[in-house]
Design a protein around this ligand. Sequence first.
Ligand code: NAI
Ligand code: MG
Length: 481
Amino acid sequence: MEKEFTWDYAPAPEAKDHAKIKKQYDLFINGEWVKPSTKKYFNTINPATEEKISEVAEANEKDVDLAVKAARNAYEKTWKKMPAKERGKYIFRIARMIQERSRELAVIETLNGGKSIRESRDFDVPTAANHFFYYAGWADKLEYAFPNRNPKSLGVAAQIIPWNFPLLMAAWKIAPALATGNTVVLKPAEATPLTALKLAEIIQDCDLPPGVVNIITGFGKTGAAMVNHPDVNKIAFTGSTDVGKIIQKSIAGTNKKATLELGGKAANIIFEDAPINQAVEGIVNGIFFNQGHVCCAGSRLFVQESVAEEVIQKLKARMETLIVGDPMDKNTDIGAINSKEQLLKINEYLKIGADEGLEMFQTSCTLPSKGFFCKPTLFIGAAQSNRVVTEEIFGPVLTIQTFRTIEEVIEKANNIPYGLSAGVWTDKGSKIFNLTSKMRAGVVWANTYNKFDPTSPFGGYKESGFGREGGLHGLMPYLSF
Ligand code: NAI
Ligand code: MG
């Protein structure tokens, strides 16, 4: 593929010496840094270089119990009793402190997670701050949010988050929990603990009463201990559908409330009357944003047959201009795959797609020799029967199917176990309304993609989970009425 519109950019690396990362992190319990009872620490690395950045504590059941007790104590003695207006002030303080330390947080997010610095700086960190600002505003207005319903907090929330948006997911979880008067035990993913631990430092600097937010680190076993702790009232989980199902089984028959934000396989639908150039940008943003490590990624492209050739040709040309490489470089579009395991999973799907006989297109970029990287990839001429179409890949891999009629595309788009999000590109408002009302997807973007705002709810249908995060809806899972 000829590089028509590309230039070579000089390297523009973001400075990292201002980011303070400790050699070792303990558990943040009851407002203090506590050694793990296991005495065990595990390495956390930079996926772009495979170098060790730091090591973090591995919490076991005993540590989880300590954290839950701290959260319970803080709930009963302090947080529940505090006037809502005062609780709101603390949440505002966290928001402002995230803004103040945004540069450091962005650098650490990129070093630990592999996403491009442009994304951490312009999306993850500001959106995380915005979530705290937004929910701080609700803290003393719950009776207006739910008039005549007497909303009450639940107690202790156990929150388990994934590695694709580490700080942002922590914000999505912690902000509404605090605004509704609950206390928190949060566990970041084992691959990306560092910004959550930085958030613990911020929370400490905000003088939040000890125990209101506890942040502990560990693997799936630690998460399971949180889910199974008898004194937890609410579980909030974002991650794989497999673990979501395990959680649902383990809490069956208990009084624990849960929200599960699971996988996705979103359809991005381009009609022949769409503004094609904008749609191509939307396709690129939909699947290559954050290396495709996005549960709502537009990973299944549906193009109306009459414009398919044009769209595919323009898409290939645009993909050739994408800069893949050092995530710390400000020009980089596609950074590192988050972990070796995830890269292996993606590579396995590349092989499956090729074995299924699909036409594969990858850009001509050269990948760095160290670290975990993947070329942006298309599978052209895909069909509903292909595994690469029905299974979540969670990488920069897009399948392309064509369609003739609106009924056909709705049928195909919905014919999948997931239902988190979708995109539609057309000139006609009526078509948008027709389609959005028939799509079984929690979010449908029209003539845009991957737009997030703290005021709008997010969540799925079917195997994509249940419950909503964001907006007024996001308060409800943390309240009883
Ligand atoms: P995972 O679901 O295993 O991990 C997510 C979080 O759950 C981590 O904090 C992990 O420590 C914790 N966890 C693991 N097992 C647990 C258990 N039994 N009980 C409680 N907590 C547990 O996801 P993983 O293995 O990192 O990724 C596998 C696939 O899941 C990805 O390839 C992707 O397809 C999907 N995924 C979806 C995400 C989303 O945003 N919906 C985010 C991350 C992964
Ligand atoms: Mg897993």
